[in-house]
Design a protein around this ligand. Structure first.
Ligand code: FAD
Ligand code: MLT
Ligand code: ZN
Length: 498
């Protein structure tokens, strides 16, 4: 129990407001909320409070203002940058919105759905399906990640190439401001030029400017045919395979245009742990050699499955003629298509089983990817002999997860715990220098150090290192204007406490 009188008063008033069962102060119950999904960041919250309505969120924020208690907004706690993890002072309170699960409205003709912030991505996908439409935002954590979290991180995923990221799919938001007012911006409009775009200020703000309590999300017509293929690239050198993947992308875009809905690159070192830890989702036996990288292509067609198949087969034929693809499988059933996606989607889970990595989420102009991979990989291998470079990602968006794992020799013969400890120590000792090598190469090519996961705490100081003083100053002034008491997610995105 806290000895801080203002925090104690806040907590007892929160209990009156929400009921005892919505205010968790027993540290034993904190585990699912206090640490991040990767177990990289470990927080010590004073409490976890669960709001069930916008009005409750607003009242809590007003209480937090009165007692100057910092709130860390949280949805499904699946974020990968530590944005939803409190600090270790024991003074911050997690405000979890996963109990806000109402579907507020469905509009068939406008192709929109209005939901509470705590509704999961998967539920929105299922609701869209019932309406005969599709909600195309998609990522592996869909069953737990919430719309509020998706919007606050401006999440990407595997369909950005065709449908855009969370921001592009959001037409309106409802927000509780840092002083506890409710802004109803739930407009289902595709055009609205009435002044500053406040919606876009809160999207991607990682809970530092306001708390998103509801959203209007855009839905799309369902394509009549969706076809998936796994293509194997010839060059066994991963950086050269990346160049071949870029060339394959050009062919796929030329033939398919907007029908190309997925283009995911996977090097062997990203796929191998899937075979080790999730053998049921391993790369199909006999597809190329284990040294070759793969691309997962998805083509969607408004008219028919045959039309989608024809496009996909034409792309693969042209790519094979140009020696950019050596082998390919076009899924013959929904189950086989799902198996291709299972391989892709289990990369992150398998990596987590394998041990902590230095994680990256970079964006580059597509024209720079081949050169970036060649130069950066050389530099890393020279500086860190034996590292395992687990490069994979949304190459069609110019977004790679260029992750670095510890050399295998460091943990040979150790059990699971020993391996995890060795990986953690390796990351701790080397992450700053590894980041500098990779991010310098990214920034030199006008890339971004966070394409879709956000800054949180993980990349906060990296962003400050690379951004101009003008940009940093504008960001600070926005934070100061919207959250002058620094109540909302302090020290995330920007350093706001000394
Ligand atoms: P949380 O983790 O709870 O929070 C994330 C951030 O948003 C925090 O800063 C938090 O304070 C803030 N926040 C949460 N809810 C609110 C709210 N209502 N109002 C204001 N602030 C809020 N991301 C991608 O972009 N692409 C991927 O392909 C992808 N794949 C993933 C795969 C796995 C296996 C996992 C574990 C994660 C993946 N992610 C991916 C990370 C992704 O950002 C999150 O899964 C998701 O968008 C966050 O939703 P959440 O509800 O879990 O948010
Ligand atoms: C993905 O693309 O699978 C996600 O962004 C998760 C990750 O980067 O590990
Ligand atoms: Zn990703």
């Amino acid at each position: 129990m806290t000895t801080d009188p203002s925090l104690s008063t806040f907590l007892s008033q929160a209990r009156e407001l929400l009921g005892d069962r919505a205010v968790l102060t027993d540290a034993e119950g904190f585990a699912p909320y206090a640490n991040d999904w990767r177990q990289k960041f470990f927080g010590k919250p004073a409490a976890v409070v669960f709001a069930s309505s916008t009005e409750q969120v607003a009242q809590l924020v007003r209480l937090a203002n009165t007692h100057e208690v910092a709130l860390v907004p949280q949805g499904g706690n699946t974020g990968l940058s530590g944005g939803a993890t409190p600090d270790d002072t024991g003074r911050q309170v997690i405000l979890n919105l996963s109990r806000m699960t109402r579907i507020r409205a469905r509009d068939q003709d406008n192709k929109t759905i209005t939901v509470d912030a705590g509704v999961t991505m998967q539920t929105v996908q299922e609701e869209a399906d019932k309406m005969g439409l599709t909600f195309p935002l998609n990522l592996t954590a869909r069953g737990t990640a919430t719309i509020g979290g998706n919007l606050s991180t401006n999440a990407g995923g595997t369909a950005v190439l065709r449908y855009g990221n969370a921001r592009a799919l959001c037409l309106g938001v409802e927000v509780v401001t840092a002083d506890g007012q409710i802004w109803d911006g739930l407009r289902g409009l595709r055009k609205d030029n009435t002044g500053y775009d406040l919606r876009d200020l809160f999207v991607g703000a990682e809970g530092t400017l306001g708390i998103i309590t509801g959203a209007v999300m855009a839905l799309h017509p369902k394509p009549a045919g969706v076809m998936t293929a796994l293509a194997c690239l010839p060059d066994p050198v991963p950086a050269k395979a990346a160049a071949q993947a870029v060339a394959l992308l050009q062919i796929a875009q030329q033939h398919c245009n907007a029908s190309l809905t997925g283009f995911e690159f996977m090097t062997p070192s990203s796929m191998n742990p899937v075979s080790d830890y999730y053998p049921q989702f391993a790369r199909p036996a006999g597809l190329g050699t284990p040294e070759q990288s793969c691309v997962l292509l998805e083509v969607s067609h408004a008219e028919s499955e045959q039309a989608a198949t024809a496009l996909l087969e034409r792309v693969l034929e042209v790519a094979m003629e140009q020696d950019l693809v050596v082998d390919a499988l076009v899924a013959q059933s929904m189950q086989q298509a799902q198996a291709f996606w299972d391989l892709r989607e289990h990369i992150t889970m398998a990596a987590a089983e394998d041990g902590l990595q230095v994680k990256f989420d970079i964006a580059l102009p597509i024209s720079s990817i081949a050169e970036f991979c060649r130069i950066t990989e050389d530099k890393l291998r020279q500086a860190y002999p034996g590292i395992r470079l687990s490069n994979f990602g949304h190459l069609g968006d110019g977004n790679l997860h260029f992750n670095v794992a510890a050399p295998a020799e460091l943990f040979e013969g150790l059990d699971r715990q020993g391996r995890h400890d060795a990986c953690r120590q390796y990351v701790k000792a080397n992450e700053d220098c590894i980041r500098r090598i990779i991010h310098d190469e990214v920034v030199a090519r006008q890339g971004s150090i966070s394409a879709e996961h956000g800054l949180g705490i993980l990349r906060r100081d990296e962003a400050a290192h690379y951004k101009s003083s003008v940009e940093m100053d504008l960001m600070r002034r926005i934070k100061q204007a919207l959250d002058p008491k620094n109540i909302l997610n302090p020290n995330k995105v920007l350093r706001t406490n000394p």
